[in-house]
Design a protein around this ligand. Structure first.
Ligand code: ATP
Length: 361
């Protein structure tokens, strides 16, 4: 049982580079927090400072209310699972899992009992005598998890644990980790590049950008109400479309000259950004009535990507430099060169100010 509290956590590396600019985050007991963000935003740095592998420059880290800034990694009661597994090649699966416990002087019988129970949990029982090189990638990853689990730590840290696995195995292991984490109820912080992994695993998602937390919330909250344009563009795949708009009275003028009623009380003439996700642009068929409110825009399809269940259309809208990305039903007949009539729903539109922050409209 553990809560984790990061208060104004700063990390400055020896060369003067500040990788974390005062991160605040409270991780609740048993919660799984997933950290995402572009390369170099400080995800690994954050994880390593939690583990005690990097020192904290300023701010405070507490576990269950106790300051642990100065504690060595081994004293923090945290177990970390790495992407490269870090297994000892010359040791059997059993010994790999038992290693940390032996080092701690845990009695032999206890070690055997804990390793066997964990092996059972992870379906590794038949593999305990093997060496790591005699295992598949997925099995190695499970041993790495097992090594963390036998320690019965207060906190798990995961550093992209699935990135070396193929796509199918990643999905399997993702479900496995979710199941285990819910069953063991160990407070966990998980770093990943993978959007789907992040959305499906997280109780709450933390989006980082340049050493700062941009937003923290449930995956659906971030998807539905991104607080900044950065989060809006980062969460969701394909990424949200952004359209430059200007305020004219009660209406927003779109790049093609069309108008949309969305915002009341915005400063006339101000330049804003309207965001709409590819799945929220509704393609109207010929003869379809125009829905109430919102706007209908026209776009000419330049490229089609059939994905099976869905088809992605990349379409040219007048006045917009980038192509609009539209997620169509897989059976939609749109071909290259065809013109789409797209309904822009006010409820599904997001508005961002010139400071890139969300405007509630
Ligand atoms: P990735 O997704 O590519 O792994 P990340 O979000 O995990 O990236 P970090 O590895 O935490 O990013 O690095 C954050 C920033 O700190 C980067 O700009 C990196 O160059 C810098 N950095 C990392 N380690 C050091 C170091 N030892 N000394 C100086 N700068 C460092």
């Amino acid at each position: 049982m553990a809560t984790l509290q990061l208060s104004a956590l700063q990390k400055r590396y020896a060369n003067g580079f500040v990788a974390l600019h005062g991160v605040d985050l409270a991780v609740e007991d048993g919660e799984l927090i997933v950290i995402v963000g572009p390369s170099g935003c400080g995800k690994s740095t954050l994880l390593r400072t939690l583990a005690g592998l990097e020192s904290i420059t300023s701010g405070e880290l507490t576990i269950n209310g106790r300051r642990v800034n100065e504690l060595e990694p081994a004293e923090r009661d945290i177990a970390m699972v790495f992407q490269n597994y870090a297994l000892y090649p010359h040791m059997s699966v059993f010994d790999n899992m038992a290693y940390g416990l032996k080092n701690r002087g845990v009695p032999k019988d206890d070690i055997r009992r804990r390793v066997n129970a964990t092996a059972e949990l992870l379906d590794l029982g038949a593999l305990l005598d093997r060496r790591p090189r005699q295992l598949s990638g997925g099995q190695r990853q499970r041993v790495a998890m097992g090594r963390a689990i036998v320690r019965e730590p207060q906190v798990f840290l995961f550093d992209e644990p699935l990135s070396n696995l193929d796509a199918k195995l990643r999905v399997q292991m993702r479900l496995e980790i979710r199941r285990l984490q819910k069953r063991l109820k160990v407070t966990s912080v998980y770093v990943t590049h993978d959007q789907t992994e992040a959305m499906t695993l997280a109780d709450r998602l933390v989006v980082m950008n340049a050493g700062r937390v941009e937003q923290c919330g449930t995956p659906m909250a971030l998807y539905e109400r991104p607080a900044t344009r950065f989060v809006a563009g980062f969460i969701g795949s394909p990424a949200m479309n952004f359209l430059p708009v200007t305020v004219h009275g009660e209406r927003l003028r779109l790049p093609d000259g069309g108008e949309l009623t969305l915002a009341a009380g915005l400063e006339a003439g101000s330049a804003l950004t309207l965001g709409v996700r590819p799945e929220h642009l509704v393609a109207l068929d010929e003869g379809d009535a125009t829905p109430e409110g919102g706007a209908v825009i026209q776009a000419t399809v330049e490229m089609i990507e059939p994905l099976g269940a869905d088809t992605l259309a990349y379409a040219r809208m007048e006045g917009l430099d980038e192509l609009l990305v539209v997620r169509l039903h897989g059976e939609h007949a749109a071909g290259e060169g065809s013109v789409l009539r797209l309904w822009l729903s006010p409820e599904r539109s997001h508005l961002f100010g010139d400071d890139d922050r969300r405007i509630e409209a």
